[in-house]
Design a binder for this molecule. Structure first.
Ligand code: C2E
Ligand code: CA
Ligand code: CA
Length: 561
């Protein structure tokens, strides 16, 4: 590994190590150098090596005499060459005039240049300047080109090197592989960055050496690497498994995305992006190690692109519509509320599920705009019901975790509802439980604001996997909404104990309960017996367009079955 080019030391001068046994010559050298450089002096090779060990990071150059007692110049060069830390440090050897053989030997041992005695100060300073400049330029270039930790290319140079491979083998096909360490952040937290840096370095070296047919390797930042390989005919799954079985750090899970069969007609950046997309596709899937880029993924990438290109105009043109899914109030046997859900009929893609576009909007931040749009329309809708003489019910609106990055969120929603003259108690905020794991403090603060301002707060998707039971009682919540997978699982196993325990837990914590995803009469009966407060699901009603929902409000008992 290289060290960063040393520009100047304290006092603006670079530091030179002078290794020379003759006191007079050493003194003379130091005088010649003193205008431009600082010097540190060694009286023989042994002393020179000791200073090297201590100060190599500060040094810009070594001036080395050949004939010295204890350890001569040749020996010094040999020892220096054995230690990679000194690689970037240039050496100029001082020889007697006409000693061509000595000069040859020194150059072979890694010396960069030589000066003959007696010295000419002008020539000497010029050679020193040139040698340092050359080395520093090389070092800067090296820094730009290679990732200093892993020795892999930085991505820009990875692309360039991969293009050269394309150019040199225009009729061949290649594979692009992206790798990523699972949960690297938590490894870092647990083991510290020094340990994890070493782990990254070892992994890069291992993959560079053992993935089949590696041509180029790059580090795309963090713990993500990219490789270009010869096209591998075998099964990437099996091969990667073998490679990772041989890796020393077994308790680490590395995931791979592979774009197979790229040829020079596919730009390197596209091939690389595809490998990365394949990788991203299995990021959250436990137990899966390799993902190949395939047609299905290609389609979803195209869809994502279309979505990104059309989202702004869709919002302006009112393509996003809001549907209302009634909630059945078990106690009162009638409609007790609704959840507002967004719908998008795209002009070319047709119906796009929020399950598809919401995560995309969460990644690019557009969700904040969309949610605001939804909330505003919900306010207008509630006002409409009042004008029509219908008795409004509370509407739950979904808030994304991204919305909660805005510390003033609750106040903004308060302004919005005030502006539309909507009673705040008619708005319930649904927040999915995963939001808490991101930033528990600020989410808690915003939820507290919501409650203080008169809104109700609901924990969505409870039991889908991320709740920390330990902190549940400190979260400022009014309602717990059980994830629909729990009811579905209960039906499948004909065992409702988890549902029952969840309802009891909510009750112990003083929270109301909503059971979501109830599709069957048997499920509705069961959860009613278990004492839940509200039921939401296809059994009572699908999400309804505004006009149909109005009919439901007009006949509040129509849901009872
Ligand atoms: P969610 O908040 O958990 O919403 C419930 C989802 O379950 C809705 O899907 C709803 O249509 C569906 N559902 C309701 N009852 C049943 C049932 O009995 N069986 C089955 N299988 N499904 C049922 P939808 O509308 O596709 O929404 C998916 C997710 O998208 C929502 O999950 C929510 O996380 C998100 N989402 C929807 N609208 C918005 C929105 O306006 N803003 C934000 N931030 N997210 C939204
Ligand atoms: Ca919800
Ligand atoms: Ca839910």
């Amino acid at each position: 590994m290289d060290t960063v080019a040393k520009t100047t030391r304290a006092g603006g001068k670079r530091l030179i190590l002078v290794v020379e046994d003759n006191d007079l010559e050493r003194e003379m050298l130091s005088i010649i150098l003193s205008d431009e450089y600082e010097t540190v002096e060694a009286r023989d090779g042994v002393e020179g090596l000791e200073i090297l060990e201590e100060r190599y990071e500060d040094l810009s150059l070594i001036l080395l005499d050949v004939f010295m007692p204890r350890c001569n110049g040749f020996e010094f060069l040999k020892r220096k060459r054995e230690d990679a830390r000194y690689d970037s440090l240039p050496t100029i050897v001082m020889t007697a005039s006409g000693a061509v053989e000595d000069e040859m030997r020194c150059l072979e041992l890694g010396a960069n240049d030589f000066l003959t005695k007696p010295y000419n100060a002008g020539i000497m300073l010029n050679r020193i300047r040139n040698t340092i400049r050359l080395r520093e330029t090389a070092s800067i270039v090296n820094h730009l080109t290679y990732d200093q930790l892993t020795g892999l290319y930085n991505m820009e140079f990875f692309y360039a090197a991969a293009m050269e491979e394309y150019a040199s083998q225009p009729d061949c096909t290649f594979d692009f592989v992206a790798s990523d360490i699972n949960n690297f952040r938590s490894l870092n937290d647990r083991h510290g960055s020094e340990h994890c840096d070493e782990l990254l370095r070892q992994l890069a070296i291992h993959l560079r050496a053992h993935l089949p047919g590696v041509l180029v390797g790059g580090r795309s930042g963090g713990d993500t690497f990219a490789f270009m390989t010869e096209h591998y005919e075998g099964d990437w799954n099996e091969r990667v498994q073998e490679v990772m079985d041989r890796f020393a750090y077994h308790n680490m899970h590395v995931k791979f995305g592979v774009m197979e069969g790229a040829d020079p007609s596919m730009p390197v950046s596209v091939a690389c992006n595809r490998a990365m997309s394949a990788l991203k596709n299995i990021k959250d899937i436990a137990g899966t190690t390799v993902s190949l880029f395939d047609e299905q993924l290609h389609q979803s990438m195209l869809t994502e692109q279309t979505i990104l290109e059309s989202m702004e105009s869709a919002l302006e043109e009112g393509q996003f519509k809001i549907v209302y899914q009634p909630k059945f109030d078990v106690q009162r046997g009638r409609i007790g509320g609704a959840e507002a859900l967004v719908r998008w009929i795209h002009p070319t893609l047709g119906f796009v599920s929020p399950g598809v576009f919401i995560p995309i909007f969460e990644r690019n931040g557009f969700i904040v705009k969309l949610d605001l749009y939804v909330w505003e329309h919900v306010c207008m809708e509630i006002k409409r019901w009042e004008k029509l003489g219908l008795e409004p019910v509370p509407v739950s609106i979904n808030a994304s975790r991204i919305d909660f990055d805005d510390i003033n969120l609750a106040h903004k929603l308060a302004d919005l509802s005030d502006h539309h003259g909507v009673d705040r108690s008619l708005l319930h905020i649904e927040l999915t439980e995963t939001a808490f794991s991101d930033n528990p403090e600020s989410v808690t603060k915003v939820l507290n604001d919501f409650r203080e301002l008169g809104f109700s707060t609901e924990l969505d998707d409870f039991g889908s996997g991320y709740s920390s039971l330990a902190s549940l009682n400190t979260m400022p919540l009014d309602v717990m909404k059980l994830d629909m997978s729990i009811v579905q699982k209960a039906t499948e196993l004909n065992d409702f104990r988890i549902v029952e325990a969840s309802i009891n837990l909510a009750r112990t914590l003083g929270l109301g309960t909503v059971i979501e995803g109830v599709e069957l009469m048997s499920e509705a009966e069961r959860v009613r017996e278990l004492g839940c407060d509200y039921i939401q699901g296809y059994f009572y009603s699908r999400p309804l367009p505004a006009e149909e929902f109005e009919a439901c409000l007009a006949d509040p008992h129509s849901l009872a079955r």
